[in-house]
Design a protein around this ligand. Sequence first.
Ligand SMILES: [Zn+2]
Length: 161
Amino acid sequence: MRHIHAGLREAIGNKCRKTKLDIRLFREPDERSTVHELAIAENLLGILVEEARSHGIVRIKKVKLQIGELAAVVPESLAFCFELVSRDTIAEGSEIEIENVGLTAHCRKCDKSFAVEEQVFLCPGCGGADIELISGRELCVSSIEGETGEEDGANQSPCGS
Ligand SMILES: [Zn+2]
C-alpha cells in the first residue's frame, strides 16, 4: 500500500522550469522483503507526468530523488526500470539524480537527534532504545526540471543547476 501526497513549491527560470516537489511514496515497513523498483518507477513516472503537465513542462530533463537507507531500493535498478517505463513519454531520457538519505533517529528520553550507524538503533547518549526514526525511509521526489512548451527556435539551453 502506498500513499502519495504532494505539496510543491516552484521556482521558474526564463525558459527552463524547475519544480520543487515534496512527494513521498511511503512504503509500509513490512514491505521490505521484495523490492519493487518497477512498480516504484511506474509510480514515479505517473507523478512526474502529472506534475509536469500542471506546471507546463513538456519535456522532463532531470529528476531528483531522495532515497533513504531503509527504503530498500537499489538506485541502479530503479534508474534502469525508470528508463524502461519512461520510453516514449515526456520523461524519456531524463537524468535521474539520487540522493541517499542516511538514518537519523531521535531519542525520546534525551530529546536528542543522532545519526544511526551500522543500524544500531540505540541512543548514543543514554543507550536507550526509546527512539523514533526521523529519516531513512524516504522515497521521494525532491525536484523536477524540464522545458516549458514555449517555442524559442534552436536555442535549447540545458536546464542545469
Ligand atoms: Zn537517549
